[in-house]
Design a protein around this ligand. Structure first.
Ligand SMILES: CSC[C@H]1O[C@H](OP(=O)(O)O)[C@H](O)[C@@H]1O
Length: 375
């Protein structure tokens, strides 16, 4: 595969499949296999979202919008589809936002007396626009983020640590945090990318390493527990992470393990940078306590499932190799919340918020037109 690739695509009606198809690169099979999932109905897409075959906040929004378009094009109940899609995963605000964008476009045409076919076309147009917006936004985040690193770093190239996966696999473009890393690499300014493996689902080891290798980046994989020793050794110039929901006060929900990195970064005087589009900011969620954190099956902790079989067994107890005594209870939040005071800057497509305050964030979102939440 070339360095760039598409995490999803819309295929026009296929006579064998009875209509349009949303094709996903199945991220649960990476890096062992590059397998495509052809979603022809909403339950299949919801399952793909819940199993993380398609994942990452911005891409969830794009997939949600295409899911509404798929329902409309195939004659399913669009309101039911929108509710099912928006509720597939609770934390990433982009999912509900993308669903709402396409559903509102569909409803508007019907409200104005348009036909079902016209309304269906409007939903697809909105999904495609959201997809294109995300790609454009990704490029702008990379620019803003690279400029910020230049202001923060001391020359000689950046040693950046990242957590989870925030590249082309979560976006219509190069991603969010990893888009900044890729821009640094392309500018010859990436000295080292430290990649947290990101237990339990290993998005770092499986996906970020996959993207970094394809891009030819100098990267090193590490166990999540090893990050502290890198900070202590002075080997990290900045931490760059994505986000799933940013509350109005700047509290940021991201993959579990992000908050400890923020504490380490503060202790060691290392910039902790969140990179996310303004569509990830939810002004109706006042603070971190109000963010719903997805709790995932304990079997993801108590069992190890080889990546090549993730899609079939990930959330079914007994599917993997037990790494804890049978019957062990496990605590498995998919995300944690970093308070604004531990965040050096939030980089968006509209610019950089630093320090992170409610006023600065609201002002930036107003510029972006995102003055209401996904609800
Ligand atoms: C830039 S969005 C990527 C974001 O999504 C990941 O969560 P998941 O893999 O569960 O979808 C993680 O929080 C990343 O930071």
């Amino acid at each position: 595969m070339a360095e760039d690739f598409a995490a999803l695509r819309w295929d026009e009606p296929d006579e064998h499949l009875g209509g349009p198809v949303l094709v996903l690169l199945d991220q649960t099979r990476l890096p062992a296999e590059e397998v495509e999932l052809a979603c022809t109905d909403v339950p299949a897409l919801v399952q793909a979202i819940q199993s993380l075959a398609v994942r990452g906040a911005p891409l969830l929004g794009i997939a949600g919008a295409y899911g509404v378009a798929l329902a409309a094009a195939r004659g399913y109940d669009v309101e039911e589809a929108a509710e099912h899609l928006a509720g597939a995963r609770p934390t990433a605000v982009n999912l509900a936002y993308g669903v709402r964008r396409a559903a509102d476009a569909y409803r508007a045409v019907l409200h104005e007396g348009g036909t079902q076919a016209q309304a269906s076309a409007a939903a697809l147009d909105e999904a495609r626009e959201l997809h294109a917006e995300d790609a454009r936004g990704s490029a702008r985040m990379a620019e803003h983020g690279l400029r910020l690193l230049g202001e923060l770093a001391t020359g000689g190239g950046f040693r950046l640590l990242t957590h989870c996966n925030t590249g082309q696999l979560v976006s219509g473009g190069d991603g969010t945090a990893l888009a900044v890393v890729l821009a640094a690499h392309r500018a010859g300014e990436l000295r080292r990318l430290w990649v947290d493996e990101t237990r339990p689902l290993l998005q770092g080891a499986r996906l970020t390493a996959y993207e970094a290798a394809r891009a030819g980046m100098p990267y090193t994989l590490l166990a999540d527990n090893a990050a502290g020793s890198l900070f202590a050794a002075g080997e990290v110039d900045a931490v760059l992470i994505g986000a799933d929901r940013i509350a109005a006060d700047g509290s940021t929900a991201n993959k579990v393990g992000s908050y400890p990195l923020a504490v380490l970064a503060r202790h060691h005087g290392v910039p902790f940078i969140v990179v996310a589009p303004t569509t990830t900011v939810d002004l109706d969620t006042p603070d971190g306590d109000a963010i719903e954190i997805e709790q995932r099956p304990g079997s993801e902790i108590t069992e190890f499932t080889a990546p090549h079989t993730f899609s079939s067994e990930m959330s079914q107890p007994g599917g993997g190799v037990p790494i804890a005594p049978l019957g062990t209870q496990a605590y498995n939040p998919a995300f944690d919340v970093t308070p604004p005071e531990l965040i050096t800057a939030i980089v968006t497509e509209r610019g950089v918020v630093s320090p992170v305050t409610a006023g600065e964030l609201a002002g930036l979102c107003a510029q972006a037109g995102n003055i209401r939440s996904a609800r």
